[in-house]
Ligand binder design. Structure first.
Ligand SMILES: *Cc1c(COP(=O)(O)O)cnc(C)c1O
Length: 372
């Protein structure tokens, strides 16, 4: 008997390499015997979850024998974004929504266009459909305004008649780079009408820039646009898994055909509803992040290290040598950051912004390791 499951897998799945999550704190503690590990590896909210969201989840436990009902959250999001309820598609994290888009629009022979150094899930979801990822080189490291950023002109040129999806992260992970309103608008104006565009705005609540666009404002104008958001970052609910897409009712109808009926669990829905009401937590998270991001950027600059421009809750730093040993040495000091060699950035590490004391610890750890 020579049963070979790999030979039976679809071509895309056969070539896939699984997503590499950040190293869990428990794993480091187990492996290195460290009791006070600090994880700044997955862009999680360092302030914890919104207290209101925690309370909501606790009170929902009693009804957990019932299947979840999405209506209240869908209605709340529709009001917030001033769209019809038909425009909202909930996901088990926004990753789920990205996957729904791929499943609804991509098949073998079609392609999805996205940037080099863009979020790994675009590649994963495209491959899972056995479609072709068309990866467009990022702006060069020497670019005066946005090194490593998305090259929108290049992306537009990459669109061919087989393209069905374009994924854009604004700001992007793991780079932190962003696109301004005017350039993105020019890009949207130039698009042919056989593609859908996903504007992934996972970090948008952190951004405080006049020129930074809110994709929601374009939905009425561009029927091919899908804007995605998440509760994983500023709302502090990464472990609960909840995100959503906002798009035309016609696209949402397609996404809902491939969506599993109860894809977002009851606790996540309750937590999301409560978190949306917790303005204080969101404001505090944004302020903590702004101060921490500046502190990290300044400290890395003082060490003579170059960071990528970032408006998100992390910074990608060029360690000036192979990053893997630096990552390992930081681990031994109990500090977990994120290697990004799998994003074709073998000399960089991505550091999530923490609380004041977290940032000081990671800065000290970098100084120790790089001066050793
Ligand atoms: C973190 C992140 C997400 C959010 O993923 P969830 O599935 O909602 O946790 C989406 N896009 C990008 C670019 C991200 O960095």
């Amino acid at each position: 008997m020579s049963f070979d499951p790999g030979g039976l897998a679809t071509p895309g799945v056969a070539r896939l390499t699984p997503y590499l999550p950040g190293k869990p704190v428990e794993e480091l503690q187990r492996e290195y015997g460290i009791s006070d590990a600090l994880k700044l590896a997955s862009n999680e909210n360092p302030l914890g979850p919104s207290p209101r969201a925690m309370q909501a989840m606790q009170s929902l436990l009693q009804g957990i024998n019932y299947y979840p009902d999405q209506h209240a959250l869908v209605r709340c999001l529709a009001i917030r974004h001033e769209v019809a309820t038909e425009a909202i598609t909930l996901g088990n994290g926004s990753n789920d929504v990205l996957d729904l888009v791929a499943r609804a629009f991509l098949l073998p022979g079609s392609n999805a266009v996205f940037s080099q150094h863009a979020f790994a899930v675009y590649w994963l979801s495209t491959m899972a459909c056995s479609a072709e990822p068309k990866v467009v080189p990022a702006l060069p490291a020497t670019h005066p305004r946005m090194p490593y950023g998305h090259d929108l002109n290049g992306m537009l040129e990459a669109v061919d008649r087989h393209t069905r999806v374009i994924f854009i992260a604004n700001p992007n992970n793991p780079t932190g780079t962003w696109l301004e309103r005017a350039e993105l608008q020019t890009f949207l104006n130039a698009l042919p009408d056989h593609v859908v565009v996903v504007l992934d705005e996972a970090y948008t609540e952190y951004v405080d820039l006049e020129e930074f666009p809110d994709g929601m404002q374009w939905l009425g104008r561009y029927p091919q646009l899908i804007v995605t958001r998440t509760f994983s970052k500023i709302y502090g609910l990464a472990g609960a898994r909840c995100g959503y897409a906002v798009c035309s009712g016609a696209i949402a109808d397609l996404l809902n055909r491939v969506r599993h009926p109860f894809n977002v669990n009851k606790l996540a829905i309750g937590a999301a509803l409560a978190a949306l009401e917790d303005d204080e937590f969101v404001t505090r998270s944004a302020a903590t992040n702004r101060a921490g991001l500046q502190r990290l950027q300044a400290a890395f600059a003082e060490m003579g290290l170059t960071t990528m421009p970032s408006v998100a809750n992390f910074v990608c730093v060029d360690v000036g040598r192979e990053a893997a040993p630096v990552f390992e040495a930081l681990l031994r000091l109990g500090v977990i950051v994120r290697p990004v060699a799998n994003y074709q950035l073998p000399g960089h590490l991505r550091v999530t912004v923490g609380r004041t004391q977290d940032n000081e610890r990671v800065i000290d750890a970098f100084a120790t390791v790089l001066n050793a």
